[in-house]
Design a binder for this molecule. Structure first.
Ligand SMILES: Cc1ncc(COP(=O)(O)O)c(C=O)c1O
Length: 418
Protein backbone atom coordinates (compact mmCIF):
# COMPACT_ATOMS: atom_id res chain seq x y z
CA UNK A 1 0.00 0.00 0.00
CA UNK A 2 1.35 3.44 -0.89
CA UNK A 3 2.00 5.99 1.85
CA UNK A 4 -0.67 8.19 0.27
CA UNK A 5 -3.34 5.50 0.57
CA UNK A 6 -2.29 4.66 4.12
CA UNK A 7 -2.54 8.33 5.07
CA UNK A 8 -6.02 8.60 3.48
CA UNK A 9 -7.26 5.52 5.32
CA UNK A 10 -5.98 6.97 8.59
CA UNK A 11 -7.89 10.20 7.92
CA UNK A 12 -11.05 8.17 7.25
CA UNK A 13 -10.59 6.34 10.52
CA UNK A 14 -10.32 9.59 12.45
CA UNK A 15 -13.42 11.18 10.94
CA UNK A 16 -16.73 10.68 12.78
CA UNK A 17 -18.82 11.18 9.65
CA UNK A 18 -17.01 8.53 7.59
CA UNK A 19 -19.61 5.97 8.63
CA UNK A 20 -22.39 7.86 6.80
CA UNK A 21 -21.11 6.20 3.61
CA UNK A 22 -22.64 2.92 4.81
CA UNK A 23 -26.11 4.45 4.37
CA UNK A 24 -25.63 4.67 0.58
CA UNK A 25 -25.45 2.27 -2.32
CA UNK A 26 -22.07 2.86 -3.97
CA UNK A 27 -22.14 1.71 -7.63
CA UNK A 28 -19.65 -1.03 -8.45
CA UNK A 29 -16.97 -1.28 -11.11
CA UNK A 30 -16.81 -4.37 -13.33
CA UNK A 31 -14.17 -5.85 -11.01
CA UNK A 32 -16.59 -5.58 -8.07
CA UNK A 33 -14.80 -2.67 -6.37
CA UNK A 34 -16.63 0.53 -5.47
CA UNK A 35 -16.67 3.13 -8.22
CA UNK A 36 -14.75 6.31 -7.45
CA UNK A 37 -17.92 8.35 -7.65
CA UNK A 38 -17.24 12.11 -7.85
CA UNK A 39 -20.43 13.22 -9.62
CA UNK A 40 -22.62 14.12 -6.65
CA UNK A 41 -22.91 17.63 -8.13
CA UNK A 42 -24.81 16.01 -11.00
CA UNK A 43 -26.70 13.07 -9.49
CA UNK A 44 -26.30 12.09 -5.86
CA UNK A 45 -26.09 8.45 -4.86
CA UNK A 46 -29.01 6.40 -3.59
CA UNK A 47 -29.63 6.25 0.16
CA UNK A 48 -30.29 2.62 1.11
CA UNK A 49 -33.53 3.62 2.82
CA UNK A 50 -34.92 5.18 -0.39
CA UNK A 51 -36.05 1.81 -1.69
CA UNK A 52 -37.87 0.92 1.56
CA UNK A 53 -39.59 4.30 1.68
CA UNK A 54 -40.77 4.10 -1.93
CA UNK A 55 -41.84 0.46 -1.45
CA UNK A 56 -43.83 1.54 1.59
CA UNK A 57 -45.88 3.94 -0.54
CA UNK A 58 -46.27 1.45 -3.39
CA UNK A 59 -47.58 -0.99 -0.84
CA UNK A 60 -49.96 1.60 0.61
CA UNK A 61 -51.27 2.31 -2.89
CA UNK A 62 -51.72 -1.43 -3.49
CA UNK A 63 -53.63 -1.92 -0.23
CA UNK A 64 -55.50 1.34 0.16
CA UNK A 65 -56.03 2.99 -3.22
CA UNK A 66 -57.27 6.54 -2.78
CA UNK A 67 -57.60 6.03 0.97
CA UNK A 68 -53.78 6.22 1.15
CA UNK A 69 -54.20 9.98 1.18
CA UNK A 70 -55.54 9.64 4.72
CA UNK A 71 -54.67 6.17 6.01
CA UNK A 72 -51.20 5.34 4.72
CA UNK A 73 -48.62 5.14 7.52
CA UNK A 74 -47.42 8.52 6.24
CA UNK A 75 -50.65 9.95 4.78
CA UNK A 76 -50.17 11.38 1.31
CA UNK A 77 -52.25 14.50 1.78
CA UNK A 78 -49.68 16.19 4.03
CA UNK A 79 -46.73 14.03 2.86
CA UNK A 80 -44.64 17.01 1.69
CA UNK A 81 -44.73 18.33 5.26
CA UNK A 82 -42.42 15.44 6.23
CA UNK A 83 -39.68 17.36 4.44
CA UNK A 84 -40.35 20.83 5.85
CA UNK A 85 -38.33 20.69 9.06
CA UNK A 86 -35.33 19.16 7.29
CA UNK A 87 -35.42 21.75 4.51
CA UNK A 88 -35.66 24.54 7.08
CA UNK A 89 -32.50 23.26 8.82
CA UNK A 90 -30.79 22.67 5.52
CA UNK A 91 -31.12 26.20 4.15
CA UNK A 92 -31.44 28.17 7.39
CA UNK A 93 -35.05 29.12 6.89
CA UNK A 94 -38.15 29.07 9.05
CA UNK A 95 -40.52 26.19 8.47
CA UNK A 96 -43.02 28.65 7.00
CA UNK A 97 -40.39 29.71 4.42
CA UNK A 98 -39.54 26.38 2.76
CA UNK A 99 -41.41 23.86 0.69
CA UNK A 100 -40.68 20.85 -1.54
CA UNK A 101 -42.52 21.25 -4.81
CA UNK A 102 -42.22 20.95 -8.61
CA UNK A 103 -38.84 20.91 -10.31
CA UNK A 104 -36.11 23.51 -10.33
CA UNK A 105 -36.72 25.53 -13.48
CA UNK A 106 -40.47 25.51 -12.79
CA UNK A 107 -39.84 26.96 -9.35
CA UNK A 108 -37.49 29.54 -10.79
CA UNK A 109 -40.22 30.73 -13.15
CA UNK A 110 -42.77 30.83 -10.32
CA UNK A 111 -40.40 32.97 -8.26
CA UNK A 112 -39.62 35.27 -11.17
CA UNK A 113 -43.35 35.82 -11.68
CA UNK A 114 -43.51 37.08 -8.11
CA UNK A 115 -40.16 38.82 -7.70
CA UNK A 116 -39.26 40.20 -11.11
CA UNK A 117 -41.50 43.22 -11.21
CA UNK A 118 -39.86 45.60 -13.65
CA UNK A 119 -40.70 49.31 -13.70
CA UNK A 120 -39.82 52.00 -16.23
CA UNK A 121 -36.35 52.65 -14.81
CA UNK A 122 -35.64 49.49 -12.86
CA UNK A 123 -36.13 46.57 -15.22
CA UNK A 124 -32.81 44.71 -15.39
CA UNK A 125 -31.77 41.35 -13.96
CA UNK A 126 -28.15 40.70 -13.00
CA UNK A 127 -27.05 37.09 -13.47
CA UNK A 128 -23.73 35.23 -13.37
CA UNK A 129 -21.35 34.89 -16.22
CA UNK A 130 -21.38 31.22 -17.32
CA UNK A 131 -25.01 30.86 -16.30
CA UNK A 132 -26.43 27.37 -16.46
CA UNK A 133 -28.41 27.48 -19.74
CA UNK A 134 -31.81 26.80 -18.19
CA UNK A 135 -31.37 29.80 -15.87
CA UNK A 136 -30.50 32.03 -18.81
CA UNK A 137 -33.49 30.77 -20.80
CA UNK A 138 -35.70 31.43 -17.77
CA UNK A 139 -34.60 35.04 -17.21
CA UNK A 140 -34.55 35.82 -20.95
CA UNK A 141 -38.07 34.51 -21.42
CA UNK A 142 -39.32 36.39 -18.36
CA UNK A 143 -37.81 39.61 -19.73
CA UNK A 144 -39.52 38.98 -23.07
CA UNK A 145 -42.78 38.21 -21.27
CA UNK A 146 -42.63 41.72 -19.81
CA UNK A 147 -41.94 43.23 -23.24
CA UNK A 148 -38.15 43.68 -22.97
CA UNK A 149 -35.40 42.53 -25.27
CA UNK A 150 -33.14 40.31 -23.11
CA UNK A 151 -30.16 42.14 -24.67
CA UNK A 152 -31.30 45.25 -22.80
CA UNK A 153 -32.75 43.66 -19.69
CA UNK A 154 -30.25 40.93 -18.74
CA UNK A 155 -26.75 41.79 -17.60
CA UNK A 156 -24.03 39.33 -16.71
CA UNK A 157 -21.30 39.63 -14.10
CA UNK A 158 -17.99 40.41 -15.73
CA UNK A 159 -14.92 38.47 -14.57
CA UNK A 160 -11.44 39.79 -15.29
CA UNK A 161 -10.59 38.94 -18.86
CA UNK A 162 -9.73 35.29 -19.38
CA UNK A 163 -10.99 34.24 -15.95
CA UNK A 164 -14.08 32.31 -14.94
CA UNK A 165 -14.43 33.40 -11.34
CA UNK A 166 -15.35 36.97 -10.38
CA UNK A 167 -13.54 38.97 -7.69
CA UNK A 168 -15.91 39.45 -4.70
CA UNK A 169 -15.33 43.23 -4.58
CA UNK A 170 -15.94 43.49 -8.28
CA UNK A 171 -19.40 41.87 -7.84
CA UNK A 172 -20.34 44.60 -5.38
CA UNK A 173 -18.93 47.29 -7.68
CA UNK A 174 -20.98 45.93 -10.59
CA UNK A 175 -24.15 46.03 -8.48
CA UNK A 176 -23.38 49.64 -7.45
CA UNK A 177 -22.72 50.61 -11.05
CA UNK A 178 -26.05 49.23 -12.30
CA UNK A 179 -28.12 49.97 -9.21
CA UNK A 180 -30.43 52.51 -10.87
CA UNK A 181 -31.61 50.05 -13.51
CA UNK A 182 -31.54 46.75 -11.60
CA UNK A 183 -34.83 45.23 -10.44
CA UNK A 184 -33.45 41.83 -9.48
CA UNK A 185 -30.25 39.89 -8.88
CA UNK A 186 -30.52 36.17 -9.58
CA UNK A 187 -27.36 34.16 -9.04
CA UNK A 188 -26.55 30.48 -9.04
CA UNK A 189 -24.69 29.84 -5.79
CA UNK A 190 -22.25 28.08 -6.13
CA UNK A 191 -21.72 28.73 -9.81
CA UNK A 192 -22.22 25.46 -11.66
CA UNK A 193 -19.06 25.74 -13.77
CA UNK A 194 -16.48 27.34 -11.50
CA UNK A 195 -17.74 26.18 -8.11
CA UNK A 196 -17.38 29.78 -6.88
CA UNK A 197 -19.57 30.68 -3.91
CA UNK A 198 -20.81 34.27 -3.84
CA UNK A 199 -21.20 36.13 -0.56
CA UNK A 200 -24.96 35.94 0.05
CA UNK A 201 -25.05 38.36 2.94
CA UNK A 202 -23.03 41.18 1.39
CA UNK A 203 -24.88 40.95 -1.91
CA UNK A 204 -28.33 41.04 -0.30
CA UNK A 205 -27.39 43.90 2.02
CA UNK A 206 -26.11 46.08 -0.77
CA UNK A 207 -28.95 45.14 -3.13
CA UNK A 208 -31.67 45.89 -0.60
CA UNK A 209 -30.13 49.27 0.12
CA UNK A 210 -30.58 50.01 -3.60
CA UNK A 211 -34.14 48.68 -3.75
CA UNK A 212 -33.12 45.54 -5.65
CA UNK A 213 -34.55 42.10 -4.79
CA UNK A 214 -32.27 39.05 -4.63
CA UNK A 215 -32.90 35.40 -5.40
CA UNK A 216 -30.50 32.47 -5.52
CA UNK A 217 -30.56 29.28 -7.51
CA UNK A 218 -29.12 26.80 -5.03
CA UNK A 219 -28.84 23.83 -7.40
CA UNK A 220 -25.20 23.71 -6.26
CA UNK A 221 -25.79 25.23 -2.85
CA UNK A 222 -28.47 23.21 -1.06
CA UNK A 223 -26.85 20.25 0.67
CA UNK A 224 -23.44 21.69 -0.19
CA UNK A 225 -23.16 25.02 1.65
CA UNK A 226 -24.04 25.97 5.19
CA UNK A 227 -26.84 28.43 4.52
CA UNK A 228 -28.72 31.01 6.57
CA UNK A 229 -31.26 32.29 4.06
CA UNK A 230 -33.60 33.80 6.64
CA UNK A 231 -30.93 35.70 8.55
CA UNK A 232 -29.35 36.91 5.33
CA UNK A 233 -32.72 38.30 4.21
CA UNK A 234 -32.61 36.49 0.88
CA UNK A 235 -35.90 37.22 -0.90
CA UNK A 236 -36.28 33.85 -2.58
CA UNK A 237 -34.30 30.74 -3.43
CA UNK A 238 -34.88 27.56 -5.40
CA UNK A 239 -32.96 24.30 -5.57
CA UNK A 240 -33.12 20.80 -6.95
CA UNK A 241 -32.73 17.69 -4.83
CA UNK A 242 -31.20 15.16 -7.21
CA UNK A 243 -27.62 16.48 -6.86
CA UNK A 244 -26.30 17.03 -3.35
CA UNK A 245 -29.63 15.99 -1.83
CA UNK A 246 -29.62 12.47 -3.29
CA UNK A 247 -33.36 12.19 -4.03
CA UNK A 248 -32.92 10.37 -7.36
CA UNK A 249 -33.27 11.38 -11.02
CA UNK A 250 -35.81 14.13 -11.62
CA UNK A 251 -36.34 14.50 -7.85
CA UNK A 252 -38.51 17.23 -6.39
CA UNK A 253 -37.19 20.75 -6.02
CA UNK A 254 -37.30 23.17 -3.12
CA UNK A 255 -38.30 26.79 -2.73
CA UNK A 256 -37.71 29.44 -0.09
CA UNK A 257 -39.64 32.68 0.18
CA UNK A 258 -38.63 35.01 3.00
CA UNK A 259 -41.42 35.63 5.48
CA UNK A 260 -41.21 39.34 4.65
CA UNK A 261 -43.09 38.43 1.48
CA UNK A 262 -45.73 36.16 2.98
CA UNK A 263 -49.34 37.25 3.06
CA UNK A 264 -48.78 40.23 0.75
CA UNK A 265 -51.90 40.88 -1.28
CA UNK A 266 -50.15 42.81 -4.06
CA UNK A 267 -47.62 40.11 -4.96
CA UNK A 268 -48.25 38.61 -8.40
CA UNK A 269 -48.28 34.81 -8.25
CA UNK A 270 -49.30 31.93 -10.47
CA UNK A 271 -51.72 29.88 -8.41
CA UNK A 272 -53.08 26.33 -8.15
CA UNK A 273 -55.27 24.43 -5.73
CA UNK A 274 -52.38 23.08 -3.63
CA UNK A 275 -51.55 26.62 -2.58
CA UNK A 276 -55.08 27.19 -1.32
CA UNK A 277 -55.84 27.41 2.40
CA UNK A 278 -55.78 23.80 3.63
CA UNK A 279 -58.88 24.21 5.81
CA UNK A 280 -61.09 25.05 2.87
CA UNK A 281 -59.24 23.50 -0.09
CA UNK A 282 -61.71 20.66 -0.42
CA UNK A 283 -64.71 22.96 -0.38
CA UNK A 284 -63.64 23.42 -3.99
CA UNK A 285 -64.56 27.11 -4.06
CA UNK A 286 -63.88 29.21 -7.16
CA UNK A 287 -61.68 31.83 -5.44
CA UNK A 288 -58.10 31.30 -4.34
CA UNK A 289 -57.37 31.82 -0.66
CA UNK A 290 -53.59 31.51 -0.23
CA UNK A 291 -51.92 29.55 2.56
CA UNK A 292 -50.18 32.13 4.72
CA UNK A 293 -46.73 30.67 4.07
CA UNK A 294 -44.47 29.76 1.13
CA UNK A 295 -46.92 26.90 0.52
CA UNK A 296 -49.12 29.45 -1.26
CA UNK A 297 -46.73 29.02 -4.22
CA UNK A 298 -47.56 25.30 -4.57
CA UNK A 299 -49.56 24.41 -7.65
CA UNK A 300 -50.29 20.69 -7.70
CA UNK A 301 -50.47 17.75 -5.34
CA UNK A 302 -46.88 16.46 -5.28
CA UNK A 303 -45.44 13.09 -6.45
CA UNK A 304 -45.31 10.88 -3.36
CA UNK A 305 -42.67 8.42 -4.61
CA UNK A 306 -40.24 11.27 -5.24
CA UNK A 307 -40.98 12.72 -1.83
CA UNK A 308 -40.37 9.30 -0.29
CA UNK A 309 -36.81 9.05 -1.63
CA UNK A 310 -36.15 12.66 -0.65
CA UNK A 311 -37.34 11.85 2.88
CA UNK A 312 -34.79 9.02 3.07
CA UNK A 313 -31.97 11.39 2.14
CA UNK A 314 -33.11 14.26 4.35
CA UNK A 315 -33.01 11.97 7.39
CA UNK A 316 -29.29 11.51 6.74
CA UNK A 317 -28.75 15.28 6.50
CA UNK A 318 -30.63 15.69 9.79
CA UNK A 319 -28.46 13.03 11.37
CA UNK A 320 -25.16 14.52 10.19
CA UNK A 321 -26.02 18.26 10.37
CA UNK A 322 -25.20 20.63 7.51
CA UNK A 323 -22.60 22.57 9.47
CA UNK A 324 -20.69 19.35 10.23
CA UNK A 325 -21.00 18.21 6.65
CA UNK A 326 -19.59 21.50 5.38
CA UNK A 327 -16.62 21.19 7.74
CA UNK A 328 -15.98 17.64 6.56
CA UNK A 329 -16.48 18.84 2.96
CA UNK A 330 -13.71 21.43 3.48
CA UNK A 331 -11.38 18.79 4.88
CA UNK A 332 -12.03 16.57 1.86
CA UNK A 333 -11.66 19.28 -0.81
CA UNK A 334 -8.55 20.76 0.83
CA UNK A 335 -6.98 17.30 0.98
CA UNK A 336 -7.96 16.74 -2.66
CA UNK A 337 -6.42 20.04 -3.79
CA UNK A 338 -3.23 19.45 -1.81
CA UNK A 339 -2.86 15.93 -3.25
CA UNK A 340 -3.34 17.22 -6.80
CA UNK A 341 -0.74 19.91 -6.24
CA UNK A 342 1.79 17.50 -4.80
CA UNK A 343 1.29 14.61 -7.21
CA UNK A 344 0.08 16.12 -10.50
CA UNK A 345 1.57 19.59 -10.19
CA UNK A 346 1.18 22.24 -12.84
CA UNK A 347 -1.06 20.10 -15.09
CA UNK A 348 -4.09 20.56 -12.81
CA UNK A 349 -5.27 24.06 -11.91
CA UNK A 350 -8.09 24.19 -9.38
CA UNK A 351 -10.28 27.19 -10.28
CA UNK A 352 -12.83 26.94 -7.45
CA UNK A 353 -11.45 29.51 -4.97
CA UNK A 354 -10.36 27.90 -1.69
CA UNK A 355 -11.86 30.74 0.36
CA UNK A 356 -15.26 30.62 -1.34
CA UNK A 357 -16.43 27.27 -2.57
CA UNK A 358 -18.36 24.19 -1.48
CA UNK A 359 -17.41 20.61 -2.24
CA UNK A 360 -17.18 20.80 -6.02
CA UNK A 361 -13.66 21.24 -7.35
CA UNK A 362 -13.49 22.56 -10.90
CA UNK A 363 -10.19 21.84 -12.52
CA UNK A 364 -8.54 23.11 -15.67
CA UNK A 365 -6.36 20.40 -17.08
CA UNK A 366 -3.40 21.50 -19.15
CA UNK A 367 -2.91 18.31 -21.20
CA UNK A 368 -5.93 16.78 -22.95
CA UNK A 369 -8.94 17.15 -20.60
CA UNK A 370 -11.34 15.08 -22.68
CA UNK A 371 -8.84 12.26 -22.85
CA UNK A 372 -8.33 12.41 -19.07
CA UNK A 373 -12.09 12.27 -18.58
CA UNK A 374 -12.43 9.23 -20.87
CA UNK A 375 -9.54 7.37 -19.29
CA UNK A 376 -10.84 8.04 -15.79
CA UNK A 377 -14.27 6.71 -16.80
CA UNK A 378 -12.68 3.55 -18.25
CA UNK A 379 -10.86 3.01 -14.95
CA UNK A 380 -13.95 3.33 -12.76
CA UNK A 381 -13.78 7.00 -11.75
CA UNK A 382 -16.95 9.01 -12.40
CA UNK A 383 -16.29 12.76 -12.82
CA UNK A 384 -17.65 15.12 -15.45
CA UNK A 385 -16.30 17.21 -18.25
CA UNK A 386 -17.52 20.59 -19.49
CA UNK A 387 -16.26 22.13 -22.71
CA UNK A 388 -13.69 23.37 -23.40
CA UNK A 389 -11.35 22.20 -20.62
CA UNK A 390 -13.09 21.90 -17.25
CA UNK A 391 -13.41 18.76 -15.18
CA UNK A 392 -15.75 18.86 -12.22
CA UNK A 393 -15.07 16.51 -9.32
CA UNK A 394 -17.00 16.50 -6.08
CA UNK A 395 -16.08 14.60 -2.94
CA UNK A 396 -19.56 14.53 -1.35
CA UNK A 397 -19.10 14.61 2.43
CA UNK A 398 -21.95 12.16 3.05
CA UNK A 399 -20.43 9.30 1.10
CA UNK A 400 -17.00 10.06 -0.38
CA UNK A 401 -13.91 9.12 1.58
CA UNK A 402 -10.31 10.31 1.78
CA UNK A 403 -9.49 6.90 0.32
CA UNK A 404 -11.65 7.67 -2.76
CA UNK A 405 -9.70 10.90 -3.24
CA UNK A 406 -6.33 9.27 -2.86
CA UNK A 407 -7.24 6.60 -5.43
CA UNK A 408 -8.62 9.19 -7.87
CA UNK A 409 -5.45 11.27 -7.62
CA UNK A 410 -3.39 8.13 -8.24
CA UNK A 411 -5.32 7.58 -11.49
CA UNK A 412 -4.88 11.22 -12.55
CA UNK A 413 -1.18 11.02 -11.72
CA UNK A 414 -0.72 7.81 -13.75
CA UNK A 415 -2.65 9.16 -16.76
CA UNK A 416 -0.79 12.48 -16.64
CA UNK A 417 2.71 11.18 -16.21
CA UNK A 418 2.15 8.15 -18.44
C1 LIG B 1 -27.57 25.78 -11.91
C2 LIG B 1 -28.67 24.95 -12.52
N1 LIG B 1 -29.82 25.55 -12.90
C3 LIG B 1 -30.81 24.83 -13.46
C4 LIG B 1 -30.72 23.48 -13.67
C5 LIG B 1 -31.85 22.76 -14.35
O1 LIG B 1 -32.53 21.94 -13.49
P1 LIG B 1 -33.94 21.25 -13.78
O2 LIG B 1 -33.79 20.37 -14.99
O3 LIG B 1 -34.17 20.44 -12.54
O4 LIG B 1 -34.96 22.31 -13.98
C6 LIG B 1 -29.54 22.81 -13.28
C7 LIG B 1 -29.39 21.36 -13.49
O5 LIG B 1 -28.32 20.78 -13.49
C8 LIG B 1 -28.49 23.57 -12.68
O6 LIG B 1 -27.34 22.99 -12.29
Amino acid sequence: MSDYLAQARELDKQDNLSKMRESFHIPKQKNGEDQLYFAGHSLGLMPKKAQDYIDEELDAWKRLGVEGHFHAKHPWLPYHENITKSFAHLVGGKESEVVAMNTLTVNLHLMLVSFYRPSKNKFKILIENNTFPSDKYAVDSQARFHGYDPKDAIIELQPKSGEITVEPDSILEQIEKNADSLALIMLGNCNYLSGQRFDFEKIVKLAHSKNILVGFNLAHGAGNLHLKLHDWNVDFAVWCSYKYLNSGPGGLAGAFVHQNHHGKKDIPRFEGWWGHDKNSRFKMGPNFEPIATVEAWQLSNPPIFQLASLRASMELFDQAGMENLRERGDRLTNFFEAQLKERVGEFCKVISPASSRGSMLCIRYAKNPKDLYQKLTERGAIVDFREPDILRMTPAPLYNSFEDISKLVTLIEEITHG
